[in-house]
Design a protein. Structure first.
Length: 459
């Protein structure tokens, strides 16, 4: 098969002329070009640069590079205004072929969205950094659990409800934003149309550092974002983070899924600073999740891990620490498999406001909590469970079940009127060898027909 001809580009005039050629070609940018309008790569066209540090496309009035089918964009810096789409898909083809984005530095959104009529796209993205983006204005937003989700700086979205429509994607070496200079909206967003069709099949997603902020007003209950969000209709074989993932705003989850992930690995810290910014929240199905570094949350109602729907087969944390009122360490409301914590779970808050399934409510900052409908096959904590706030329980099983329990450290409640252990169905939860103390509250409260109150004593 003949390779497309190469056309050198040294000016805007060269670029416009090359785009009008009848036969597919590779446009080789040799310099920086300021473009006053968006451009579209026809099917089969590629756009490359000698070096992304010297070959820069600047779009001063709106969107940037439109993609159609079988396009490649590589070795460039692409600069649009942060609220514009620096790279975007122009849909309409039933088969969009293969689109490749590699070694790019971008200002503005990278938006790969397919719509009705498109059934197939093979997408490969490698070595992409999005330094600045504001993706909050786009109206295509997933809706479920009482909330909408903002798109991300990198958005891969199958917006076709056709059950035969698929995006097959590989997204590697993606980084977003900068420390204390996050993108606005979500960071990395991958979504299908819903639970019944319009799929994204993700072979792998690997990231460097990701920093995002949704900029939502405090008290918002119906909109969320995430640093990395695998939404419904999306299934991933591997999600892996080699840099920290950090969120800064209200309802900014750090890692979130409504879809399916086989293996999820975080090799760097997972951190949130805003209210209701959960470290890892799962509404989907995750087979194996491992956080090799700490999960830390700083905002009000910002929990470490929440299991609200779906399940996790196996989950392992290095440690979890939360600092806000209402900020639970781990809360489980659906059946999960094994949970292993290599070190400790520590919370520093009392009772406070937090977002739960689109509703703001008051919750105590418990270290470990199982609610009605929740169950844990095995819980192992190699360190301690510790709370510092008033009116909380450190280990609380209220209507749920823990089938096997191994807490190798201590269960401590340091706050006034707090309980180290609070269990409302002792018959289904083993409590042998649990060392609990609550100098300012109750060491052990078990409601199994009667209440045992051992104030200030070790159990």
């Amino acid at each position: 098969m003949n390779q497309p001809a190469s056309v050198p580009i040294a000016s805007l005039t060269d670029l416009v002329a090359a785009l009008s050629q009848a036969q597919p070609c590779t446009l080789e940018l040799n310099t920086s070009v300021a473009c006053p309008f968006a451009i579209t790569l026809p099917p089969g066209f590629a756009l490359t640069g000698k070096d992304k540090d010297t070959c820069i496309l600047v779009f001063g009035n709106g969107d940037g590079i439109g993609l159609t089918a079988n396009n490649r964009v590589a070795n460039l810096s692409v600069i649009a205004t942060p609220a514009a789409r620096a790279i975007f898909t122009q849909t309409g083809f039933a088969d969009m072929g293969e689109i490749t984005l590699e070694d790019l530095s971008v200002t503005g959104q990278v938006s790969i969205i397919t719509r009705g009529g498109t059934r197939s796209l093979k997408l490969r993205v490698d070595k992409l950094h999005i330094g600045s983006c504001d993706s909050r204005r786009y109206s295509e937003q997933p809706q479920k659990y009482g909330v909408n989700v903002y798109q991300g700086a990198l958005t891969v979205y199958n917006f076709s409800g056709d059950a035969q429509s698929n995006i097959h994607a590989s997204l590697t070496n993606i980084s977003v934003g900068a420390r204390n200079a996050p993108v606005l909206g979500s960071g990395i967003f991958v979504s299908g149309f819903g639970d019944q069709g319009g799929w994204v099949q993700l072979d792998r997603l690997t990231t460097g550092a990701v920093y995002s902020c949704g900029m939502l007003p405090y008290g918002t209950a119906d909109i969320i974002t995430a640093g990395v969000f695998i939404v419904y209709g999306a299934s991933a074989k591997l999600v892996e983070h080699f840099g920290e993932v950090v969120t800064y705003g209200v309802n900014d989850m750090v890692l979130d899924t409504w879809g399916t992930v086989e293996t999820w690995l975080a090799h760097a810290p997972v951190v949130s600073y805003g209210p209701s910014g959960i470290g890892f929240v799962n509404f989907g199905t995750v087979h194996d999740f491992v956080a090799e570094r700490e999960i830390i949350t700083h905002g009000l109602g910002a929990r470490g891990f929440n299991q609200y729907d779906g399940t996790v087969k196996s989950i392992r944390f290095k440690s979890i620490e939360t600092f806000g009122d209402g900020s639970i360490g781990i809360q489980v409301s659906k059946p999960v498999g094994s949970i292993l914590v290599d070190e400790s779970i520590v919370t520093h808050g009392s009772v406070g406001n937090t977002l739960v399934k689109g509703v703001n409510m008051q919750l105590p900052a418990e270290a470990f909590s199982v609610k009605p409908g929740g169950s844990v096959a095995t819980l192992t904590v190699k360190g301690d469970l510790v709370t510092h706030g008033a009116n909380v329980a450190t280990y609380a099983v209220e209507g749920g079940k823990v089938s096997a329990l191994d807490i190798q450290g201590r269960v401590l409640a340091h706050g006034q009127n707090s309980s180290a252990v609070l269990v409302t169905n002792r018959g289904s939860t083993p409590l042998t060898n649990v060392r609990a103390s609550a100098p300012a509250g109750k060491a052990l409260v078990v409601d199994d027909g009667e209440v045992t109150d051992r104030t200030g004593l070790s159990v």
